[in-house]
Design a protein around this ligand. Structure first.
Ligand code: EPZ
Length: 430
């Protein structure tokens, strides 16, 4: 299995182009299942999760083609999707167990083809990750749902019907699924306590371009007037706020300066506010965020992860890496996932001083330095946190299980090398 080697101590300076958001691209791709016409997505990140979802959808009969194109000063993939010959309405276990976001096929397939079979994904490293909100909402829209041999078997022989749905939690995945399902349902669906993440508004924008009638964009109450057909559209995937936030910390932790090109500061208000509070310089231009940690000492801060626009759970681990070397103490509270401190023991192996209290809180007391070590993480964002720690640790850090990083950070080594990091991938065969 590939590894990443980082030698700490370099100050990072320069520009990094931020890619399209993985967590936006995944539901956008599945939205192409709602129509037989072509859906064209630009600025799709080159990530294994995207390749993986494409292969599941190709198995179902979706036609997929790709070309690389110039996009806002850099190169990105444009995909053309055409769902005019869908033949399989089943998402098999072997696909779903490798990528939970395969659940985005549920809403579109059930709405358009009135039947779908979907392997239940099971838990994952960061928590139990149930999909009960997705399923009970589809039931409220008239679907019958049975669990058979580990599969969800959903039917709506007379089509889905609009419903008033109140989510018990502002789930990102359920909001996307029900938006897609309701777009082709009969009548009006209202979702209360919907998620408001930028990835949701990106999906609403694509669906509306395809002919859907969705109002309430950016708020927690979404109204969807169902239509009988959706059409093709061309759409650009929103910039990845989590990738941008991760590289912002790379600048801060190495006391460097990085301009994050194509990043959207509006989508990162809480994390940028915390960085400023810690003493890091932040400047925004019309198409970038400049993060400046040069000649600064930074202090600890408290974060509490929450639904958007609260502090994103997907930046918790990376901020914790920064806090390990901040002056003073920081309190980190994780409110979204029940098991998202798996990076803590690994950071401690590098010399960090972190105590976990209960399941949801950790106190980080800043230390003067970290030292390199072989480490591994159980999820994507935790893996990036270990890269960040490696960037300032004395000596060599080897991050194992690189496949996590390949799922969500496009050209990671290339981007970090370009701003001065001493980082390389050690191929399995090396
Ligand atoms: C999305 O996951 C992201 N994944 C996650 O990013 C992110 O951490 C999460 O949203 C929160 O922002 C993708 O977009 C592919 P949720 P999702 O449904 O949609 C509970 C990363 O690193 N819940 O908003 O699966 C759930 O257990 C990944 O890129 C239910 O109880 O998250 C959690 O506590 C990791 N029942 C909370 O809601 C349900 O049916 C929020 O989950 C659904 C969710």
């Amino acid at each position: 299995m590939d590894k990443i080697k980082v030698i700490g101590g370099n100050t990072l300076e320069g520009k990094i182009y931020i890619s399209g958001a993985k967590n936006a691209a995944l539901p956008l791709i599945c939205a192409s299942l709602l129509t037989e016409k072509e859906v064209i997505l630009k600025n799709v990140p080159k990530l294994s999760d995207i390749t993986f979802l494409n292969s599941l959808l190709e198995f179902m009969g979706l036609k997929v083609s790709k070309k690389e194109e110039e996009y806002k000063g850099t190169l990105a993939d444009t995909f053309v999707y055409k769902a005019d010959e869908i033949k399989e309405l089943i998402a098999p276990y072997d696909f779903v167990r490798k990528m939970r976001a395969s659940y985005y096929v549920l809403g579109p397939l059930l709405a358009r083809f009135k039947h779908v079979e979907f392997s239940l994904p099971g838990g994952c490293a960061i928590g139990a990750r149930p999909i009960d909100i997705h399923l009970s909402s589809l039931e409220q829209m008239g679907a019958t749902i049975e669990i058979k041999n580990g599969y969800v078997v959903a039917d709506a022989p007379n089509g889905l019907k609009g419903a008033n749905i109140i989510f018990s939690k502002a789930s990102v995945g359920a909001t996307c699924n029900i938006l897609m399902a309701a777009s082709l349902a009969q009548g009006v669906t209202k979702i209360e306590n919907a998620a408001k993440e930028p990835e949701i508004t990106d999906l609403i924008d694509l669906l509306n371009k395809m002919g859907a009638k969705i109002t309430g964009r950016g708020t927690s109450v979404l109204t969807i007037e169902g239509v009988s057909n959706l059409y093709g559209a061309v759409h650009e995937v929103v910039a990845d706020r989590i990738e941008a936030g991760s590289y912002a910390i790379a600048a801060a932790i190495t006391k460097g300066r990085i301009e994050l090109i194509n990043a959207n500061a509006e989508h990162l208000q809480q994390p940028l506010r915390i960085l400023e509070k810690m003493g890091i310089g932040i400047e925004t231009t019309n198409n970038s965020i400049i993060v400046d940690g040069r000649n600064r000492t930074f202090t600890g801060a408290d974060i509490y992860t929450d639904y958007y626009p609260g502090f994103p759970t997907d930046l918790q681990a990376q901020f914790m890496a920064l806090m390990t070397v901040a002056e003073g103490a920081s309190l980190v509270t994780e409110s979204i996932w029940e098991n998202r401190f798996m990076h803590v023991p690994e950071l401690c192996r590098m010399g960090a001083n972190i105590n976990i209290h209960g399941r949801a809180s950790a106190i980080v007391r800043g230390v003067n330095k970290l030292s390199g070590a072989p480490v591994m993480a159980t999820d994507l964002r935790a893996s990036f946190a270990l890269i960040l720690a490696g960037l300032i640790a004395e000596g060599e850090t080897i991050v194992n299980r690189v496949y996590h990083l390949d799922r969500g950070y496009e050209k990671l080594e290339e981007k970090l090398k370009a701003v001065g990091a001493n980082i390389e991938r050690i191929k399995e065969s090396d």
